[in-house]
Write a protein of this length. Structure first.
Lengths: 447, 322, 278
């Protein structure tokens, strides 16, 4: 899953990119007359469940008489497709979802329609502010939050208990200690599986110790990996990589949950038989909230497909704790949604936006485990442990630096590279300095 | 047997025939030139249609400042050769160029050696074994690249890969070994995959060439006491040289711009900046950072490198009556 | 070493090499028949005993395979036919005529081969969008034809040059028309070249991914490589089901193998040796 879970590049320096030809169509009212017309909505990945898609289609036709065509785009291809299709009036999607880190890049170049006039109507200040910021240029709203997610900890209660730990940790230090203990007790397992390049999860250790990737000094952005507070976090990460995690040093932040499941319950395979060990290989992982649909006891559904049923005795979740009594800050995840600037159906597109931001749809999102954009409806997430962990971790979520060159930093994968070197670094300060020098110029590059 | 005759190139006697066909040309040179060009029209039209505009666009863009804003309609300022200047003074660019050229030459060389050996083996064995060999080559060749990469990355998977399993069984400690993390072993894996995919084409082409070597000549040489190696060097290789030349050229061209294999391996792991080749670097600049001007400049630069690398060959081939 | 022993040893070597080469293919087919749980074992299962075609059934159940197959077959066949026709004409020109601009043309088609494709997607998109050819068979086919035509011209050129022009003239003296002479004499001799080039063109069109991604943005017009990648990505967002992915990969490979077998059938009629040995 290529979800952009990183934070949001806000737009402090965006004024440099004042848009001359920003095509804001004369304010057109949401339309209800669309007989015979069709508009297209792009959704990224398979995160929006079919039931919600059907709801949108039906509701849209009911409201306008027009047809809604929903096309799913893979996260991995989304930027390529947006780059080519959005400027092209004949082939643009009318409305599209976009990763929250991708949003500023596109809003800055005028790819989206100005929907400031609808902002209040769609939820106004009830909408998740950091996501709204990611879609704002010069005080105008171009994209709005679609849903939010967060990362929290999934763990195997059975394995933790076997290692003698019965209570989830309440501080980060305790967490670090616990996972090392488990790794020691169960030498074949990762006490905590953290991919060597998984900076999107690992960053929480930097944040929790008060550090950051980059800060703005004067009017220049400077990478701050060698800041003493950042270094404290890096040292803790190094200890985890050495003592608790067996993840390869090039693993990234996808599919961690497969390491938490028992997958190999083959009748012939015997427990403890070294030739055919079961697949469980991590006692703890950190993953996006929606991963809980993929974790659980294996079964077979009516259609013959593998199903996963959550079992409270085996699995548990908690928000990663910090050392200050609060949760540790995590990267906000989720996506934004907006109307293409080149759409030929701005009226109908606005109607679709109204349906998406309606109470009914927002609550549907919540019921499916996706954090609703409108904070009034967060309660629809329910009050089970997932909802609690989601809300607790999201309450302290952070964004990626709002530097103009942030897209280049991500594209060059320099942070993946830096993280993969933490485990084996004899001198973390030197390593941090070396990568500060690489990242700082990228941060200030103007594209 | 169908496979026997896959790619063949200019038979040695081609030039003789050319002269014969030249005879009528004297009668109406102008008319024949016209006929020739008429025959070329369809190819030229389709090439111009598909490649003309993109090529021109690329050259123009490489001399502009062209990012995402320009893609969305902002006018693109002309910057002359600034992008190229930036490119040739960027040490990372040269690292990638060096790495790509090395990878390309090594892969092409190994592919050629293995391909030639494979062709010789096909010729040396009996009919049944030959068919077995050819079918296995065909299957490998026919495998779609996305499917092939999925299987290969899985074979080398650190956790469930067959390669690690086999090596561990052989008494080596490869349990949980990650092949993609270290750039050297990353490229070793990439090389194995690319060679595996390219050898069938090379082997079939050269085998087709080998079938043109008259058995009588070889027998005569053997009777004169020439050893196997001498026959190979003295008779066989010179006779299939035209085939080897064109196939080698194509390998160099293809291996220099290898993209899909590297990209899909990178998606599975490794450090991008240490494993980028020219193809993935262009992709990163263009699709990743939306710096389409630089991506275009690098593309044009790659074109120039390819011409430089293959110039010798091309001249040689043109001389030999292309 | 006696010749017999040598031959046996080489035969054994040949079989071993063949097995090594075909192993990844075998692995794909083998895995496609095993349940995912079995594939997750640390000890690989080398033979699909107790396997089933369940994975295939489930891949088909998705309902998107057949449309993608139709699209791929159409695009590949158009590419092969048009490319062979165009390339044959061009090969005729450069091997039978000496004319002004010939070298320039040969150089130009070599150059086209050398252009890296990764930087071209915006231009290709703009062009096809401008012509209204996005999501159409024609749009991708034109690009594919252009990318295989140069190599095909190179390949066919050797074959055309190898066919004595007198042969055709002699047949015409015997009373055949030019077309008849071509169909009966020249064409059969060209067949191996056409087959070789056709196989190459088919594989290129069948496998191509990047151009298809840009020019066929609508899922409904996806070709098989796009479909397969979509399938892998969709699978990856849940726990990845290797068995199904391998079944899907096998399904993409099978038509190519059928195409090969078909082409090979054409060739066993003995045309081959004649043409090459002249």
């Amino acid at each position: 899953m290529k979800r952009k879970l990183a934070g949001i590049a806000a737009l402090a320096t965006a004024s440099a990119l004042v848009l001359a030809g920003c095509s804001s169509t004369p304010a057109e009212k949401a339309s209800t007359d669309g007989k015979g017309k069709t508009i297209t909505l792009w959704l990224a990945g398979s995160d929006t469940p079919d039931a919600l898609r059907d709801y949108l289609k039906t509701e849209f036709t009911k409201e306008t008489g027009a047809t809604l065509k929903i096309q799913q785009q893979d996260w991995g291809d989304l930027v390529t497709k947006l780059t080519t299709a959005l400027p092209d009036a004949n082939n643009t999607p009318d409305v599209t979802e976009i990763g929250n880190t991708q949003s500023p890049t596109f809003t800055n170049v005028g790819a989206f329609l100005d929907i400031s006039d609808m902002y209040k109507e769609l939820g106004g200040s009830d909408l998740l502010q950091s996501f709204v910021d990611a879609g704002t240029v010069d005080g105008k709203n171009f994209t709005l939050p679609y849903y939010f997610g967060s990362r929290y900890v999934f763990y195997r209660k059975d394995v933790w208990q076997k290692a003698g730990i019965t209570q989830p940790p309440t501080t980060l230090d305790e967490f670090n200690k616990d996972v090392a203990t488990i790794a020691k007790a169960e030498p074949t397992l990762s006490g905590f599986y953290l991919g060597g390049q998984d900076w999107r999860d690992g960053i929480s250790w930097i944040f929790a110790n008060g550090g950051d990737i980059a800060k703005k000094k004067g009017d220049k952005w400077v990478a701050t990996l060698d800041d003493p507070k950042t270094l404290t976090g890096l040292e803790q990460l190094q200890a985890i990589y050495k003592d608790a995690s067996k993840a390869p040093n090039d693993a990234q932040d996808s599919n961690q949950y497969i390491y938490l499941n028992d997958d190999d319950e083959i009748p012939a395979a015997k427990e403890g038989d070294k030739a055919t060990p079961v697949s469980l290989s991590a006692a703890t992982i950190m993953a996006p909230s929606w991963a809980h649909w993929s974790i659980g006891v294996k079964g077979t559904g009516d259609d013959g497909k593998v199903t996963r049923t959550w079992d409270d005795n085996t699995f548990g979740v908690f928000a990663l704790p910090g050392n200050d009594g609060n949760t540790a800050p995590v990267f906000a995840g989720g996506s934004n949604i907006g109307i293409s600037a080149t759409t030929k159906n701005p009226g109908l597109s606005k109607t679709l936006m109204k349906i998406i931001f309606s109470k009914k749809y927002q609550e549907l999102l919540g019921k499916n485990g996706l954090g609703p954009a409108n904070q009034k409806y967060v309660s629809s997430l329910g009050d089970d442990e997932f909802a609690k962990a989601l809300i607790a971790s999201a309450s302290n979520s952070k964004l990626t630096p709002a530097a103009p060159g942030w897209a280049s930093v991500e594209a060059s994968k320099v942070l993946e590279e830096f993280f993969s070197k933490i485990a084996g670094a004899p001198d973390l300060t030197a390593l941090a300095k070396q990568y500060d020098e690489k990242i700082t110029p990228m941060l200030n590059a103007k594209n | 047997m169908a496979i026997d005759t896959l790619p063949a190139t200019t038979p040695p006697r081609a030039s003789g025939q050319l002269q014969r066909t030249d005879a009528p040309a004297r009668r109406g040179r102008r008319r024949l030139t016209l006929t020739a060009w008429l025959l070329l029209v369809p190819s030229i039209v389709v090439l111009a249609a598909a490649m003309g505009y993109p090529l021109v666009w690329q050259i123009i863009t490489s001399m502009q400042s062209f990012g995402l804003a320009q893609q969305f309609g902002k006018p693109a300022p002309f910057v002359g050769l600034e992008n190229y200047a930036k490119l040739v003074t960027d040490p990372y660019m040269w690292t990638v160029v060096g790495r790509s050229v090395l990878f390309c030459l090594l892969t092409a060389a190994i592919t050629m050696v293995v391909g030639v050996l494979m062709a010789l083996l096909m010729k040396a064995v009996g009919r049944v074994v030959r068919v077995i060999l050819q079918v296995s080559m065909l299957l490998a060749w026919a495998m779609p690249i996305v499917a092939a990469m999925t299987v290969w990355t899985w074979l080398f998977d650190w956790r469930r890969g067959v390669v690690n399993w086999l090596l561990t069984r052989m008494g080596l400690d490869f349990e949980g070994h990650n092949w993609l993390a270290n750039p050297l072993s990353f490229f070793a894996v990439a090389l194995i995959i690319v060679v595996w995919m390219s050898v069938p084409f090379v082997a079939f082409s050269i085998f087709a060439g080998l079938t043109q070597v008259p058995d009588e000549v070889l027998e005569a040489a053997q009777m004169d006491g020439a050893s196997g190696w001498q026959r190979l060097r003295g008779i066989i290789l010179p006779m299939v040289r035209p085939v080897i030349a064109i196939v080698m050229l194509l390998q160099i061209i293809w291996d220099l711009r290898v993209f899909t294999q590297i990209k899909m391996l990178q998606d599975r792991g490794s450090i991008a900046s240490e494993t980028n080749l020219l193809g993935t670097y262009i992709y990163q600049l263009g699709t990743g950072s939306s710096d389409f001007a630089m991506a275009s400049a690098v593309s044009v630069f790659v074109l120039i490198i390819t011409i430089a690398l293959s110039w010798f060959y091309v001249r040689q081939m043109l001389k030999e009556g292309a | 070493m006696p010749a017999r022993t040598r031959r046996t040893l080489l035969g054994v070597l040949g079989v071993v090499v063949a097995l090594i080469w075909v192993f990844p293919v075998y692995w794909m087919v083998n895995s496609s028949m095993l349940p995912n749980a079995q594939l997750q074992l640390l000890t690989p299962t080398f033979l699909p005993f107790g396997g089933s075609f369940d994975n295939f059934t489930q891949v088909f159940a998705g309902g998107t395979f057949l449309p993608a197959l139709g699209m791929s077959v159409t695009v590949a066949l158009i590419t092969v036919v048009v490319c062979l026709l165009f390339a044959f004409l061009a090969a005729l020109a450069i091997s039978r005529f000496r004319f002004r601009g010939r070298t320039a043309f040969v150089l130009a088609i070599l150059l086209v081969q050398m252009l890296p494709a990764e930087g071209l997607f915006i231009a290709q998109y703009k062009m096809m969008a401008g012509l209204g050819l996005l999501n159409t068979v024609i749009g991708v086919s034109v690009i594919y034809i252009a990318s295989v035509v140069p190599f095909t011209i190179w390949m066919l050129r050797g074959f055309v040059a190898g066919i004595p022009a007198d042969l055709e003239e002699a047949a015409m003296v015997d009373g055949l028309s030019r077309t008849q002479a071509f169909m009966r004499i020249t064409f059969p001799l060209l067949a191996p070249g056409l087959v070789a080039s056709g196989v190459y063109a088919f594989l290129q069109a069948w496998n191509e991914f990047t151009v298809a991604l840009v020019l066929l943005p609508d899922n409904a017009s996806a070709t098989l490589p796009l479909w397969l990648r979509g399938f892998i990505q969709a699978s990856a967002s849940k726990a990845i089901d290797w068995g199904q992915v391998m079944a899907a990969s096998t399904l993409v490979a099978v038509p190519v193998i059928i195409f090969f077998l078909f082409v090979q059938g054409r060739m066993t009629s003995g045309l081959v040796s004649g043409a090459v040995k002249g």
